[in-house]
Design a protein around this ligand. Structure first.
Ligand code: GAF
Length: 408
């Protein structure tokens, strides 16, 4: 249940050199995230409150030496390929690996995990005009794939920050967030928002990131549960999810349609007493979720900021988490039976609050628990899953870790 130990700079460098036969130029790390509250609000220009977690994608990067016929070494050429090797292995024990050249980057052709780094390279070429070629990357990840902890966004961010530095792009945080979002939307084909990239790039250790997705304004909110005798558990249902599938895109489309009918630029502009009568029943439910979820994010931030007694604040935050789950399950309809089971079992066993996180249809829930109740809550979730015949959930504690950066 403890933090997943990650690789170190020296271990990444060793592996890089063993694989590619020359030394790496640097090592970088980009964390996954847990969104405390504010789900499906980002693409509606609303509010989110994520933390970066201590599970991350690590990258060692190098420029491949390119030998002239006379034996002298030149800079790699732009048409030279980008090669990527990972520590993940397929069923036959082969490492997952791939390569592409910048010229080969056509959306829809590269699929699966490789489409994420490829999308980043494509966007770098398009938006900065920088030639990217002759690069090697070695990748090790401790973010579980498909668990709703943003493993693919962390991969994009890790590759981007490594290329940013090695190619001297000089992108600021805001540009990095928007570039990885375009890579995801236009190249990978998943119509996602910005919360995951922002959490990975903009979060400071020991803080939650209060982000206004309309203008990317941020505020770092001190967030230290351990100091208050609490733990945040991730309850990974092991039900895999994907944002390229229709459920996520349908929700986004319905929200945009509803905003258009109401004459609003986005659902962010709406307040709870807006007249929703012109919308269909389904549109009304989606809008109700977005409006109420934005209010819950603001209420959570106010509680974290307030001088209220600890017990009162924590109990109220727990209620907000449960209300968020209820709204995602019934109004937004993105939960699933395993997520509902995890939330119900955790709450019955004494969790202060719990809710599904991320896009939904699988992935993880979180539970806010007193440190003394961790075993009881975890045991209750495992027992409920066993009773229903679901896969054994993966349960572990997370705390507010550092955002992305160079580690060596
Ligand atoms: C996924 C998406 F990638 C995010 O942009 C966000 O919309 C989230 O689902 C739901 O809040 O993680």
């Amino acid at each position: 249940m403890s933090a997943a130990p990650g690789p170190t700079g020296p271990s990444l460098r060793r592996e890089f050199e063993a694989l590619f036969g020359y030394p790496a130029l640097g090592c970088f790390r980009a964390p996954g995230r847990v969104n405390l509250i504010g789900e499906h609000t980002d693409y509606n220009n609303g509010f989110v409150l994520p933390i970066a977690i201590d599970r991350a994608v690590h990258v060692a990067i190098g420029r491949r030496p390119h030998a002239h016929d006379d034996g002298t070494v030149a800079q790699p050429r732009r048409e030279d390929s980008i090669r990527i090797v990972t520590d993940h292995r397929d069923e036959s024990g082969e490492r997952l690996a791939g390569q592409f050249t910048a010229e080969e980057l056509v959306p829809g052709v590269l699929r699966g995990w490789l489409s994420h780094p490829a999308g980043v390279v494509d966007e770098i070429v398009k938006s900065t005009g920088t030639a990217v070629g002759g690069i090697d990357l070695y990748i090790e990840s401790t973010v579980p794939v498909g668990a709703g902890l943003s493993s693919s966004h962390a991969l994009e961010v890790a590759v981007l920050i490594a290329l940013d530095e090695i190619c001297g792009l000089g992108l600021d945080d805001r540009e990095k967030v928007l570039l990885t979002q375009r890579a995801e939307n236009d190249f990978v084909g998943a119509p996602t928002g910005i919360v995951d990239q922002a959490a990975s790039i903009m979060t400071e250790a020991g803080h939650a990131l209060f982000l206004d997705c309309r203008d990317l304004r941020t505020r770092q909110i001190p967030f230290d549960l351990e100091a208050e005798g609490l733990q945040l558990l991730v309850l990974d249902t092991r039900v895999s999810h994907s944002h390229s599938e229709s459920g996520y895109g349908d929700r986004r489309h319905t929200c945009e349609e509803a905003a258009g009918i109401l004459g609003a630029e986005s659902l962010r502009e709406l307040e709870k007493d807006d007249d929703l009568g012109r919308l269909t029943g389904e549109q009304q439910k989606r809008v109700r979720h977005v409006i109420s979820e934005n209010a819950r994010v603001r209420a959570t931030v106010e509680l974290l900021d307030s001088g209220d007694s600890e017990e009162h604040r924590i109990r109220r935050i727990g209620e907000l988490l449960l209300a968020s789950h209820d709204s995602l399950a019934h109004d937004y309809e993105v939960s699933c039976i395993e997520l509902d089971t995890a939330v119900a079992a955790a709450t019955s066993a004494g969790a202060i609050g719990a809710r599904m996180i991320g896009g939904g249809f699988g992935g993880s829930a979180i539970a806010l628990v007193e440190a003394a109740s961790v075993d009881e809550v975890s045991g209750a979730v495992r027992a409920a899953f066993a009773d229903h015949g679901y896969a054994t959930p993966d349960i572990f504690a997370v705390s507010a870790g550092a955002g992305a950066g160079r580690i060596d």
